[in-house]
Design a protein around this ligand. Structure first.
Ligand code: 5GP
Length: 194
């Protein structure tokens, strides 16, 4: 295991743009790798098992909970479980990478609590609730009911920002990219590709 490996956690309400920022960072830093979570929700079109998520059925997910294989897991949306496997962090550390997370607010705080100084927790904050609502509406991957659930959860998650190591305001995407790159460089010592 790579004892020097660090964890960088990007958490945010759904619709804050954190996934866009995480993808940008993966392009910019060879030394980072994405933590693929396990989940029980259905695979969306274009998603690949093992790249986007490890898509597990509920029985297998429960088996892994019982075997204590998760660093953290959560029922993020009713009936849909998501979690980070210990084996995933080890897999990426063994490759000599620092691990980048795109997970929800509670999961992010949970990982930070366990790894402390080895982890940097970043809260990505949307410019406003209106912007967040608009992003969620435009995504159209959800039914109106699912959208409502996501919106309610997003609004309640905004209350957690002060529990994170830093807050990244995503009002201007270019500025958010630059700020995120600086956070990663300062925390890991990695240099970004130009
Ligand atoms: P989606 O269904 O849109 O892919 O993701 C739903 C939510 O689950 C997102 O907010 C995402 O960040 C979160 N999520 C993804 N992986 C994990 C995980 O391993 N643990 C937790 N707690 N949340 C996760």
């Amino acid at each position: 295991m790579n004892k020097g490996g660090k964890l960088i956690i990007f958490s945010a309400p759904s619709g804050s743009g954190k996934t866009t920022i995480v993808r940008h960072l993966l392009d910019k830093f060879d030394g980072l790798a994405f933590s693929v979570s396990a989940c029980t929700r259905k695979r969306r079109e274009g998603e690949i098992d093992g790249r986007d998520y490890y898509f597990l059925d509920t029985d297998l997910f429960n088996e892994k909970i019982e075997n204590n294989e998760f660093v953290e897991y959560e029922e993020v949306y009713p009936g849909n479980f998501y979690g980070t496997l210990k084996s995933e962090i080890d897999r990426l550390w063994d490759m000599g990478k620092h691990v980048l997370f795109d997970i929800d607010v509670e999961g992010g705080l949970n990982i930070k609590k366990q790894y402390m100084d080895k982890a940097l927790s970043v809260f990505v904050k949307p410019a406003s609730i209106e912007v967040l609502k608009e992003r969620l509406h435009n995504r159209s991957t959800e039914t109106p009911e699912q959208l409502e659930v996501r919106l309610n959860k997003a609004v309640s998650e905004l209350r957690y920002e002060n529990q994170f190591d830093c807050i990244l305001i995503n009002a201007d995407l270019k500025m958010a990219f630059t700020e995120a790159e600086t956070l990663v460089s300062n925390f890991t010592g990695l240099e970004s590709k130009d």
